[in-house]
Design a protein. Structure first.
Length: 230
């Protein structure tokens, strides 16, 4: 039985990635949240410490990676790109001609930033065990194809994704609060949304967001490793 550790921005991302991993790789995969840590409160899991992109990057260091890999088979590192130009994140979204870079260049720049504080020794040891979940522009963008099958523009959107998602959700009497998407109320809404995502649909859904597509490609490699080990 394989185990996967998560380093994420918040509990909503933990819940979303846990669902996707278990649906795609199997319910027997053990998923452990390392960042943020979670606690039970009134029967619901809540975020137990600070989240955000800075905490994700702060957890991408040799000692933490070594500790996590001592108890897990894989690590998934999740980060959004909407804040990438901020100091300490420091990922430029433009090329030398001041044009926005392509998705593949952006993806590689974010991956390079994540690896900045990981030594070559540690990276070479675990590189095939570390997966990147780079969310263009935020995790909610991955969910849009579930609601916009017939709207190519919104299905591929990478801006204001919570707002676009809420346009559909409000018809069901639901809505993700933009200022507190990690609240217990918001998490229950995410869980309802995710139920629409079936295992067989994940490869197709992922094609509409470059970061999601790359994550599925990495899960395919893990699926093969697990099958060979069995």
């Amino acid at each position: 039985m394989a185990s996967i550790a998560l380093i994420c921005e918040g509990v909503s991302e933990v819940k979303m990635l846990t669902y996707i991993i278990n649906r795609y790789l199997g319910d027997d995969i053990v998923v452990n949240a390392y960042q943020p840590s979670l606690k039970l409160s009134h029967g619901q899991e809540k975020q137990n410490n600070d989240g955000g992109w800075l905490q994700v990057l702060n957890h991408c260091k040799d000692d933490i990676i070594n500790d996590i890999m001592a108890a897990n088979d894989y690590i998934v590192i999740q980060i959004d790109t909407d804040t990438c130009i901020q100091p300490n994140y420091d990922v430029d979204i433009y090329n030398d001609n001041h044009q926005k870079v392509t998705d593949d260049v952006m993806y590689n720049r974010v991956c390079t930033r994540i690896k900045r504080d990981i030594s070559e020794e540690v990276w070479s040891k675990y590189s095939d065990k570390i997966l990147f979940a780079i969310c263009f522009d935020e995790t909610e963008c991955w969910l849009l194809p579930l609601y916009y099958e017939n709207d190519a523009k919104k299905r591929c959107a990478t801006n204001n994704c919570i707002y676009i998602l809420n346009q559909k959700l409000q018809k069901e009497g639901l809505g993700i609060p933009q200022k507190d998407k990690n609240s217990p109320e918001a998490i229950s809404i995410y869980q309802k949304i995710l139920k629409k995502m079936k295992r067989k649909d994940i490869p197709n859904i992922s094609q509409y967001n470059y970061g999601f597509k790359k994550f599925v490609e990495q899960m395919n490699a893990i699926k093969n490793e697990i099958a060979e080990a069995e």
